[in-house]
Design a protein around this ligand. Structure first.
Ligand code: ISJ
Length: 330
């Protein structure tokens, strides 16, 4: 995956094929699907020049398709799929239905999800029933997962506020890789969060390690914030939360955690190994301080994007996600 400046037409490098494109833009658009792959837009840029595209490519030819409201493309080993739910007074029912379709699509084609992103308008506002929109979304997600008997061992995920309404969700799935979902011993697994954070706990892992059939390996790190146990730390202190979020990631990808999860080589990684990073900052004015801390911790050659966005708890000021390319693929 790479981050590019926004362009109408994207041409993959020689020998590569587009699997999915996500534009971070100033306007939300419906998902399009042309002869190559789905193109998704997330309203999260403040100016056109802030915008960028997250581009997923593969070495194999890709076949695009539609399944109900879901757009997808697959290459026989990897699948990218996406859906958009329109702005609504409540989201639990629509989330449940769309997630059920996404799970039906992936399992009927023989793929297993390993990384999921959700961008949700008015994330911290109350819905028509007085429930926070994020918690409302979690209810819908939990219902469908419970029906499928999935109460833990979900892949890495991100839920972040979008500037426009509705929900945009996209995910990646694989067919024959070896997937290990990782927790962080310093944090309560999200699916065990107590009820004070909402009627249904969120369901995601802190990271997912994927070793692919062609010898590549990646760690996909979930959106990570300044949380220890289940509690938000450093309230009101964006620098403290940012340092803790980075520290949490360092623990998740470090050798101790790889060993604890019995990952083949037990090879550990450091923050400087992150090759692609998205950093979400609640208050635009805090971006410079967050940038200073992250620039000092992350490699200067990493692709890094800063986005001004709401985060799933109103006391969280910053969140960081990223990818470690342990062994980049062919
Ligand atoms: C920041 C946290 O959670 C956020 C919410 C997620 C979800 O609900 O899927 C996933 C990662 C983060 O974007 C956290 O609870 O640590």
């Amino acid at each position: 995956m790479t981050l590019h400046g926004l362009k109408d037409e994207l041409t993959p490098d020689a020998g590569r094929h587009l699997l999915g494109v996500v534009d971070f833009t100033t306007k939300s658009r419906e998902i399009t699907i042309d002869s190559s792959c789905p193109r998704v837009s997330v309203q999260l840029a403040t100016t056109i020049s802030d915008g960028f595209s997250e581009v997923w490519t593969t070495a194999r030819p890709v076949t695009p398709g539609r399944y109900g409201e879901i757009s997808y493309a697959a290459d026989g080993e990897f699948l990218f799929c996406a859906f958009h739910l329109p702005e609504s007074h409540t989201y639990a029912d629509a989330t449940e239905a769309a997630y059920a379709d996404a799970l039906a699509l992936t399992s009927s084609l023989g793929y297993r999800p390993f990384r999921i992103w959700h961008y949700i308008g008015s994330l911290n506002d109350l819905n028509a029933d007085g429930l926070e929109v994020y918690r409302d979304f979690c209810v819908g997600r939990a219902r469908v997962l419970e029906r499928h008997g999935i109460t833990h061992d979900m892949p890495a995920a991100t839920v972040i506020g979008a500037h426009g309404g509705g929900i945009v969700c996209y995910l990646l799935a694989h067919r024959s890789g070896t997937q290990v979902n990782l927790e962080n011993p310093r944090q309560v697994p999200a699916y065990h969060y107590p009820r004070q954070y909402g009627p249904k706990a969120p369901n995601f892992a802190r990271a997912t390690h994927l070793a692919t059939c062609d010898g590549a390996a990646f760690v996909y790190v979930s959106g990570t914030a300044g949380i220890l146990g289940h509690a938000t730390m450093h309230e009101g202190d964006v620098a403290g939360q940012c340092r803790l979020a980075l520290d949490n990631i360092a623990h998740v990808i470090g050798s101790g955690n790889m060993f604890a999860h019995d990952i083949g080589s037990c090879e550990g990684h450091a923050l400087t190994d992150l090759s692609t990073v998205k950093i979400y900052v609640r208050h635009r004015a805090d971006i410079p301080v967050v940038r200073e801390i992250c620039d000092a911790a992350i490699s200067g050659t990493a692709d890094v994007a800063y986005l001004n966005a709401d985060i799933c708890r109103s006391d969280l000021l910053v969140e960081v996600e990223g990818i470690v390319a342990v062994r980049p693929g062919p």
